[in-house]
Design a protein around this ligand. Structure first.
Ligand code: FAD
Length: 68
C-alpha cells in the first residue's frame, strides 16, 4: 500500500465534508475526503435548502449554484 500525502484530510462526505473540500479547493488548498461507506444514503435529504446554503453554493461558482 502506498502512502498518500495531503494538506487536509476530511473525514466524511456529508454536507459539511463536501462543502469543506470544495471550498478549500477554490483556495488551492490540497485536500482529500474519505467516507466510511461507498454508497449514497437511500433517502433524499435536501427537501429544503436554506438561504445560507445557497450563499455558500454561490461562492463555489455560478455553475454550482445553478445546478443546485
Ligand atoms: C431523511 C432526511 C431528510 C433531511 N432533509 C433535509 C432538508 O430537506 N434540508 C436540510 O437542510 N437538511 C435535511 N436533513 C438534514 C441533513 O441531511 C443533515 O443536517 C446533514 O446531512 C448534516 O451534514 P453533515 O456533513 O454534518 O453530516 P452527514 O451528512 O451525516 O455526513 C457525515 C458523513 O461522515 C461519514 N462518517 C461518519 N463517521 C465516519 C468515520 N468514522 N469514517 C469515515 N466516514 C465517516 C458518514 O458516512 C457520512 O457520510 C435531512 C436528514 C435526513 C435524515
Amino acid at each position: 500500500m502506498s502512502d498518500i500525502t495531503t494538506d487536509v484530510l476530511i473525514i466524511g462526505t456529508g454536507l459539511a465534508g463536501s462543502a469543506t473540500a470544495a471550498l478549500l479547493s477554490t483556495y488551492g488548498i490540497q485536500n482529500m475526503v474519505i467516507n466510511r461507506y461507498r454508497w449514497l444514503a437511500n433517502t433524499p435529504r435536501a427537501h429544503i435548502t436554506n438561504q445560507r446554503t445557497m450563499e455558500v453554493l454561490r461562492d463555489l461558482g455560478q455553475d454550482v449554484e445553478a445546478e443546485a
